[in-house]
Design a protein around this ligand. Sequence first.
Ligand code: MCN
Length: 831
Amino acid sequence: MTAVEDRPDTDASSAKEIGRDRRRKEDQRLITGRTRWTDNIALPGMLHLAMVRSPFAHAKIVSIDTEAAKAADNVVTVLTGADLGEAQGVCINAWAITTEQVTPTHVPMPTDRVAFAGETVAVVVARTMAAARDAAELVDVEYDELPAALDLKKSAADEVLAHPDLGTNKSAFWKFDSEEAGTGGNVDQAIEKARGDGIVIEREYRQQRLIPAFMEPRSTVVDPTGEQITMWSATQIPHILRFALAATTGVPESKIRVIAPDVGGGFGGKLQQTPEEMITFAVARRLGKPVKYTETRSESLMTAHHGRDQWQKLTLSAEKDGTVTGLKVELTADLGAYVSLVGGGVPVLGAFMFNAIYKFPAYQFNCQTVLTNKTWTDAYRGAGRPEATYAIERLMDELAAEVGVDPLVVREKNWITHEEFPFTTVAGLEYDTGNYEAATEKAKASFGYDELRAEQQRRREAGDRVQLGIGVSTFTEMCGLAPSRVLGSLNYGAGGWEYASVRMLATGKVEITTGTSAHGQGHETAFSQIVADRLGVAFEDVEILHGDTQISHRGLDTYGSRSLVVGGEALVRAADKVIEKAKPIAAHLLEASVDDIEFSAGRFGVRGTDQGLAMAEIAMAAFAAHNLPDGVEPSLDSDATYDPVNFNYPHGTHLCAMEVDTETGGVLMRKYTCVDDIGTVINPMIVEGQVHGGLAQGIAQALWEEAVYDDSGTLVSGSFVDYLLPTSADTISFDVQHNSTASTTNTLGTKGVGEAGTIASTPAVVNAVVDAVRHLGINDIQMPCTPERVWRAIHDVRGSGTTDTEGAAMPHFDESTGMQGTTDRTDGANQ
Ligand code: MCN
């Protein structure tokens, strides 16, 4: 990856903060360790928890013998679900996608039956963490194992029930039809017509289950002493968590304070009201003492919610020249054992994105969510949109192959041109701005598209053992979640607004609170840049406070790449209110009319004169209150709650070159270029980091990561030995660029970036791998494209004896370019 560490902050004399590289303020404390992670918190008399977890995917709890554990050294008590009773509350589902949704009750610590391997059945409370974990081994639980619903398709057919009392595994069926919605035509008719005189592409893709493996495992401390119960948690959603705790335990919301201190990553995986948080809260209340629970990495992989896990059945119709006419999506989505906080809605987020940047005249989306006896699923970076993007971008490559043209040609034939914005899509969204042509041209030039295509051709003709594939992904996404009315129409349980406050302190410094809750995104830096420009104050003078419901008392937190476009807009509006509040004070002090006061670069001036006062001077005057106009309050602060009127639509063109060793199945990334359009860039250095991290996660889905369960429902990829998380050594130096069309959905013209790299990259990589071997007769390889899977695909077509395969017998093996799996090459291409 690019070494951003060596990049200095850009030109300090530049007047503007927005658009400027700024090293992240928060990194000072993070990299020097002068900060507080939840697990660092130590309170007087604090006790430690360890969870006793089910080894079975599905079993009746016959008995729990806690005596031996209770007698162990330093153990205070052992509690079961029966002991805690209703005080443990329930884990809520905030998004029932239909009114008929079948939703099993999710008690944090069940008393009668476990529904996935890893579910908690008892909790040990001890004076040290080690004592708690040791004693957890002594809790003797007798189970009566039940058949487990594991395979997604079989579970959808109700072969084995995940929750026998519910009588079905089918949780909800959700449908969108363009004809019914009035946004397009009849998809079945479009497909029927194409069967007669056009092209019909039918494919089934698997979105494997992934684990959002954040750096800091989940951790929670609850202090029930004092007037309020305080919870520190490594969470993305302190505000939502406080609401959920209050709503499900009966403790008044005003008596609960939730603090998300520095949080070491989340990727959607900490967008949850977890059983562990609920149990910790209940135990602290019961014992009246502070308690802490920190999970081990194995617990994290096994029980923090998982992501993706879908089967996608797709039918695309087109005219013979590649003009698309219809798209039908039939999705089966694995919810796992429970319907998590927003998990049921994740596929619905994808529903609006399958049509992507293309002008489909007809579209239908059908989704069946299914309960199984596996870890529950929910948002994972991109949440629904990577799945949709994968499907459509893979399909566009298939269509191009069928028509016999370059994948970019078929895309260009069908995409929305820049003159057509704003454009209402067949899924009913209004895309505000974009320029797919410009992003693609820039990407092609930087990537060396034509040269790489020529090289690919040469290698094919020469029958090289190592073939070259080029993958394209011209993605868009909807982020900036979200207009509250739209969320309401989708039956979501909350809104999508965001809150910010701006307070000018007497000394001229600025204190900001935001309802967003960063956990690695660098809000403190980027938001300081926005405020510095807006109020004309120094970047260093802005302090951003967040992640504490007592300090930033309103908010809907961080996910869905919403923080800048929704939270940043709230901040701009609050800052503008402060400017408006300051104007009468300035006019009064300058003995001018308010109408003559102009604000520019931090100074309130009198039009047509050189008289003026700085923002800091007005702040001091407002604080001292010695000489304020009548009726003006002695303070200079304001706040704003902003509810967006539209989503936000970043887009980009991602191009990937992969080398595939047709003898071993080994794949190696040769080049990756992306040109993203995220509107106005606030901090290029942060954005580059976001894109890098996002790309690594998307590429990992394409090539390495997969959560695998065995036939009994045990997670066999339960450690980093088996769950293949990439390191920087596994990726290459990415070519990251931008093309900017300002968004009209917010004042700053920005678009979100937090998920862009993840959403775009997975299909780019798989398209490249498939492209490298398409001439052999291969049109799909299931993710992750491990050497074994690639080798099997090649082996299978060779075995079938197709002419193509025989024609590509790969006679020229060059030792110097040989690849094994995904290990680095010695020529430095992977550095
Ligand atoms: N930004 C910018 N200019 C833009 C867009 C964004 O400077 N045009 C900056 C923002 O100011 C912010 C960062 O980039 O500092 C990301 O902004 P945004 O796109 O608004 O996304 P969020 O802050 O809402 O972050 C959520 C997003 C998601 S959904 C996941 S998942 C994710 C991600 O961000 N998880 C992350 N990035 C992550 N980064 C880290 N380090 N850790 C995670 O867990």
